[in-house]
Design a protein around this ligand. Structure first.
Ligand SMILES: Cc1cc2nc3c(=O)[nH]c(=O)nc-3n(C[C@H](O)[C@H](O)[C@H](O)COP(=O)(O)OP(=O)(O)OC[C@H]3O[C@@H](n4cnc5c(N)ncnc54)[C@H](O)[C@@H]3O)c2cc1C
Length: 443
């Protein structure tokens, strides 16, 4: 029998017996091994509505895949419908209003490439493969956070398919309470099919900072970096990354972006101190296109890893925290990385009541990732113990929900002060709790 092209549906439904099923159920974290009931590869808003209605009709939960990069694999769940948006990635820039319309399957590199043609950008994350959707709905910390804030701070409207299959528009005027929730807890209320983002000016050439230091200087680097952070101007943002490789070799790298004016004074007063936190081993800092800096570390992580991870925000990095981290990195029998994402500037000047991403006065986000080798239980034990040790020093026990999480308690801690508002909205827009991969707002 010939192929029925006329009746071919735009979207493709992939179930367990489909040759591509095992390929399509994979996410970035290769330690995640889940079996969705069906995967809908959608090409339009109508396809998304069909997929939601299918799930509802069959009593199935729903997860959505923007890019599939959530380290805890939140876009795939056993026995649920997986709505894959990777074919919906159109991007348009309105130069006059400075608004970008971005379909929800777009990746960071796709958006950067187009917005930079106009000398503009949406502040996105620091890896160019990740999905814009998950990033924007959960916050989104990138190199522009000091100057412009989070990815979610730039959402001005979304198109959303709710649990009952309705396509609605959400912005500050149409549905202000849902608009608040979308910007930080956005994965709980439906499928965002399209975003409208306000664009910011970013020149095509920026200064990419990248200095490698010796691990023996780690304590000094952290102390000096904190002194620097306290006075840092908005034009610069940086991360400190401690890695332990599979050979046990440890090193510290400071990576950042400066988008301000370069002259003798700014070079001496703003750039140089960050390049001299200790004697450097190598300094790769250079002027480069913004899009290249966004891609700089893709090669290390693009093919996925098997990882376990945690994250916590901190107000101050107490010396005990540094001691704990150093002891634990020595103790680990597998590759480990600590990412300290420093926080200052615009990201912290936005009111904590403005968006559901409410962490507006922390100084660091620490993301810890450990590679899962042949003894996953060892990694799990190590990461859990580390989390317990760090918790008393953390900022209200709050984790970054776009990062790995070890249990539901982590999620409850992180939403604690806004839980009531989120639950009230959940009852209004997803009373059957179809979208429950992100957290357990209601049972
Ligand atoms: C290598 C790597 C680098 C990273 N770098 C950064 C960084 O620099 N800054 C940063 O802040 N974070 C970073 N992250 C974390 C990143 O923010 C999250 O992984 C984010 O969820 C990725 O978006 P995604 O679309 O790929 O997520 P997915 O895994 O596809 O989805 C994540 C969650 O969002 C939901 N979701 C996705 N799309 C939609 C939608 N359209 N509508 C409704 N719900 C949706 C899913 O159901 C799931 O619950 C990084 C992660 C990795 C693995």
């Amino acid at each position: 029998m010939g192929h029925d092209f006329l009746n071919q549906k735009a979207s493709q439904k992939i179930e367990g017996n489909h040759p591509l099923y095992h390929f399509k159920r994979k996410v970035w974290n290769t330690h995640i091994d889940r079996y969705p009931a069906a995967i809908f590869e959608c090409k339009s808003e109508e396809d998304v509505i069909d997929a939601v209605c299918y799930a509802k009709k069959h009593g199935l939960k729903i997860t959505v895949r923007g890019g599939g990069f959530h380290p805890a694999g939140k876009s795939v769940m056993d026995d649920a419908v997986l709505i894959d948006l990777s074919n919906m990635n159109a991007i348009q820039v309105d130069e006059v209003s400075k608004i970008a319309t971005v379909e929800a399957g777009a990746r960071t590199f796709e958006v950067d490439a187009i917005t930079q043609e106009y000398g503009l950008a949406i502040p996105l994350g620091m890896n160019s493969n990740i999905g814009v959707s998950g990033l924007a709905l959960g916050g989104g910390l990138g190199y522009l956070r000091g100057k412009y804030g989070l990815t979610s701070d730039h959402i001005v409207g979304v198109h959303l398919v709710t649990g009952d299959g309705q396509l609605i528009y959400v912005n500050r005027i149409e549905r202000p309470e849902l608009f608040w929730a979308i910007r930080g807890a956005g994965a709980n209320y439906g499928v965002v099919t399209k975003f409208e983002f306000k664009l910011v000016p970013v020149g095509q050439l920026i200064l990419g900072l990248d200095v490698v230091y010796d691990y023996s200087d780690f304590k000094q680097i952290m102390e000096k970096a904190e002194a620097y952070r306290q006075k840092a101007i908005d034009d610069i943002s940086f991360n400190i990354i401690l890695t332990k490789s599979n050979t046990g070799f440890k090193s510290v790298r400071v990576i950042g972006m400066y988008i301000g004016e370069l002259n003798l004074q700014t070079e001496t007063e703003i750039i140089q101190p960050l390049l001299e936190l200790a004697p450097s081993v190598t300094d790769y800092s250079e002027m480069m296109p913004y899009v290249d800096m966004q891609k700089k570390f893709d090669c290390f992580i693009q093919d996925g890893f098997a990882i376990e991870g945690i994250s916590l925000f901190f107000n101050e990095l107490h010396p005990d925290v540094i001691e704990i981290l150093m002891d634990e990195v020595d103790r680990s029998e597998f590759p480990v990385s600590y990412h300290f994402v420093e926080i200052h500037g615009k990201m912290n000047r936005i009111s904590k009541f403005e968006t559901a991403f409410h962490i507006r006065d922390a100084s660091y986000l620490l993301v810890v990732e450990a590679e899962v080798g042949s003894h996953p239980d060892l990694t799990e034990q190590w990461i859990y113990q580390l989390y317990e040790k760090l918790l008393p020093y953390s900022y209200n026990q709050v984790s970054y929900l776009n990062s790995s999480t070890i249990d539901e308690g982590v999620i409850q801690n992180s939403y604690r002060c806004i839980h009531g508002r989120l639950v009230a909205l959940k009852k209004e827009y997803d009373s059957e709790n179809l979208f429950c991969s992100e957290n357990k707002l209601i049972d």
